[in-house]
Design a protein around this ligand. Structure first.
Ligand SMILES: C[S@@+](CC[C@H](N)C(=O)[O-])C[C@H]1O[C@@H](n2cnc3c(N)ncnc32)[C@H](O)[C@@H]1O
Length: 245
């Protein structure tokens, strides 16, 4: 746990300045396909960056979001980030335990780069299934087994080079330079995460594992594509409505 507490400050400060992470936020929001009146659960919400994206991108729709997070540091940053969003509720919760929600509570569950760190991904995914309403969907981002931090850095620099208005490029270079020591810590922490993923301590699932788990849990319409500079799987699956004849 100390690991996430240390990471919380740097994660909250730096991640949004990484172009691949911004793109990941957009991809998650697109995959969620949020509609008017929906209830969304963000499982492992970290410092609230996904929630912020979802709320801002769906302004005008009457949605509600619950963010669950175990780290006190992470949730402190999430509270600060979401303080003006009256439709967001943040709770301390351990995703290794059963979710404290009745069956069929949510229209969408999003779980971004958190599943790998949990004790039993299959059990967690079946909890997501339980709390989803019939017809609802889960969206998961998780590292691929061969994920590499250098690919994210390469993608970031490639996007930076392509920025057209000169002042935007200078702005981003300044931010990057100012945050260099913090970014160095982010890269180091990510190297530790990747090492844990490669040693099997964390679950960097391959596509077939995901497919199998989701099918066993009864999810349908499973779609698995690449995101986050090709270093993550972006998984979307639905809990099918049961037709009563
Ligand atoms: C890499 S961060 C991702 C945060 C956020 N979902 C995002 O994509 O920006 C992983 C998060 O999982 C949280 N986490 C790890 N184990 C957890 C658990 N057992 N229950 C709840 N959250 C947990 C960590 O505290 C951390 O905030």
């Amino acid at each position: 746990m100390a690991f996430w507490e240390i990471y919380s400050y740097f994660y909250s400060l730096c991640l949004r300045n990484w172009f691949p992470y911004r793109r990941l936020l957009e991809d998650l929001n697109d995959a969620l396909e949020i509609k008017e009146g929906e209830a969304i659960l963000d499982a492992g919400c970290g410092p609230g960056l996904v929630i912020e994206e979802v709320v801002k991108e769906n302004k005008g729709k009457r949605i509600s979001v619950i963010g669950l997070e175990l780290s006190k540091g992470m949730i402190k940053h999430a509270r600060k980030r979401c303080k003006d969003f009256s439709n967001v509720m943040l709770q301390i919760a351990d995703l290794n335990k059963n979710l404290e929600f009745p069956d069929s509570s949510f229209d969408k569950v999003v779980c971004s780069n958190t599943l790998y760190a949990l004790e039993n991904p299959r059990r967690v995914i079946s909890e997501f299934y339980r709390v989803l309403k019939p017809g609802a969907a889960v969206v998961i981002a998780n590292p691929k087994p061969n994920a590499e931090i250098k690919e994210l850095i390469r993608e970031h620099l490639k996007t930076l080079k392509k920025l057209t208005p000169f002042y935007r490029k200078i702005y981003h270079i300044c931010i990057f330079v100012l945050l260099l020591p913090a970014n160095f810590i982010v890269v180091t922490i990510n190297k530790v995460i990747i090492r844990k993923g490669k040693s099997g301590e964390y679950y960097f699932l391959d596509k077939e594992d995901f497919q199998k788990i989701l099918q066993e849990v009864s999810f349908k319409k499973i779609n698995i594509s690449s995101c986050y500079a090709d270093q993550n799987w972006l998984v979307r699956a639905e809990k099918i409505k049961i037709r009563v004849k």
